[in-house]
Design a protein around this ligand. Sequence first.
Ligand code: GLC
Ligand code: GLC
Length: 809
Amino acid sequence: MRFGHFDDSRREYVIATPHTPYPWTNYLGCEEFFSLISHQAAGYSFYRDARLRRLTRYRYNNVPTDVGGRYLYVRDGDDFWSPSYLPVKRELDFFECRHGLGYSTITGERRGVRVRSTFVVPLGHPAEVQRVEVTNTSTAKKSLRLFSYVEFCLWNAYDDMTNFQRNLSTGEVEVDGSTVYHKTEYRERRNHFAFFHVNAPIHGFDTDRERFLGLYNGMHEPRAVAEGQSGNSIASGWAPVGSHCVDVTLEPNETKVLVFVLGYVENPTSEKWERPGVLNKVRARSLIEHFSTSGQVDAVLLAMELHWRRLLSTFQLESPDPRLNRMANVWNQYQCMVTFNISRSASYFESGIGRGMGFRDSNQDLLGFVHLEPARARERIVDVASTQLPDGSAYHQYQPLTKRGNNEIGSGFNDDPLWLIFGVAAYVKETGDFGILKEVVPFDNQSANSAPLFEHLRRAFHHVLDRLGPHGLPLIGRADWNDCLNLNCFSETPDESFQTSGNQAGRTAESIFIAGMFVAVAPDYAYLAQRSEFEEEALDAKAQAEKMSETVLRHGWDGDWFLRAYDFFGKKVGSHECTEGKIFVEPQGFCVMAGIGKDTGHAKKALDATKQLLDTQYGIVLNQPAYTKYHVELGEITSYPPGYKENGGIFCHNNPWIMIAETTLGRGDRAFEYYKKIAPAYVEERSEVHRLEPYVYAQMIAGRDAPRHGEAKNSWLTGTAAWNFVALSQHLLGVRPDFEGLRIHPVIGREIDKFTVTRRCRGAEYVIRVSNRGAGDRAPRLTVDGTAIHGDLVAYAPAGSRVVIDCEV
Ligand code: GLC
Ligand code: GLC
């Protein structure tokens, strides 16, 4: 069952009813100011850091769900309602939400009044602009009274929901004309404030929540709206809000437009005040001036469209399957941008408080993002590498505002450092910017201890080699990619985190996953070493990888698949000898991607076992059988009920590893079958089961052991986005930037018999026309501008040129 449809020509998903199975959200903002917005206009805004600079309040874990947003109340006679359905929930004659790239439009109509609100965070400005078009669709004149509403957060989102003894006394505002200024804590150390403005004279306002809503009223029945009269309240402590009251009179068919602006301003310390106690509003006014007319909003929307058209033109696919086209051309790339911007910090499942930017996560996000804005990817690489510790290890997370490693989460995830090599290699392949390897980057943000980026990579690589266990396999530390496989933690205390407690300095628990990763990344590392004139290091890296492959086949092979790990006691994890957790997906994916056992038949066996034991109708589950009991020696993974999250859930993130692995064996039909199982556009028809947005990936879909098999959770912020884009664009469609050329090697199976990819890379444009007759097990035959070439590598053309490649496979 569907709850809307894709409008491909406008690159929008159109939600046709407020009654979706869950709030379906979008992200506004691409630079520093961000907003989350659901199809019912709920969500919140923040500047750069969702924890430290939160502008508006949202109530996670609230009943009913999805409370707090930018709301509009229309009072029409004695009736009042919300065009976004929530919060008033009065039935609408028409509802539609269009989530587009960087904007959302919500339209609601009731009793002859149609309100269409467009929300966008303009490029280049720290503000959310909301254009409201009100139309009288009836035959009689209408006199309406509109009330706007936002609730301010007292900046630090964590304190805001914990420190009430203080917060209830600190709130401060100013009202000036049609602008409400929120200036809590500005009197002391803050030099930033927020404002909420409308470009029309107002009849009244409110800034005190209790006065606007009434102490015991919900947002669905504000006292001011019910009475038809604002309270003109000035908040003093308690809960500051921003609400305007605007009168609108409309002849039949007439439309009037209002523009609201929620903005963020920083003043230099010396220019904080206009006069004692009164905010200096100069910067706010000039921000407002950019958005005081509907025409200016048109320009903002046009700029947004051109921005996205330009970004997406880097990779465009034409295939016979519209679902594939919309994933490849629009939605998968869009999600890659959002995960790059937000990392794992703020979504409807991430509160913006718990997690900053992950070291591992950010490097993976890069893989799907680097073609869009390489310069920003470069900046991110430097930020991330600056949090690496001198011994090569990494803080697991860092705060975006301070760019400092987060001590609360700490370090010790032994896969983390290797991801930096993945990220840097992807960046260099895309851009040819080998110069980045010479960029001087600090360790742990201490400029006194800095080294060229290549040295960071070297320490990352050797961090693994310096920490090998009894079988010669990499020690796992706190965990590897699977945050929940905590083999050194032994937690018996419910109040401690598996990620920060325990971690006995174990010299036994080893990870076959990290081994696979090590082998997978070694060729790129060796290449970069060679280019940096470290010939010996390059040769040694290759030799070490060779040795690690052998070690995996000797000690990491279980007979029919790759083992997952050895635990603290040296016992196998992910073996047929185990009673639960006999097989795990991660090593099957990564070891095969690394080429381990490809020539010996191990790789094929491992993928066949994956198919047989882990595949379900909704995707590949992480492990089987799921753990039914808590195992203190395995950690958090066994804390989840069977079928959820890392314990037998369909962790979408590692499904594309299996797709890629299948392509390395030339099995395109199977790779594409896996692709379609979790790709949102293909899942759209079963939205009532999946429940989350049909235009973006979720982190997890409940596995077959869960009562709610097929139900997704954690949409948007997941490495699934980047990895699926890599799997699709580089391996299934087979257009893969390499260090010295574009590798063209499609393995997508028989269903997609022909397609064209237009790819811009290093300033040139490549038009790749593929005629695909096989399953993907034959070497492609390429002609470049009409001339046949050997192999699958097309040398990079000079910037500005256009290259036509024909590929038969
Ligand atoms: C989450 C984390 C990611 C981790 C994965 C598996 O998606 O963000 O870092 O690898 O879970 O535990
Ligand atoms: C990852 C996992 C999650 C775990 C968390 C701990 O995000 O997906 O299950 O709770 O890491 O940090």
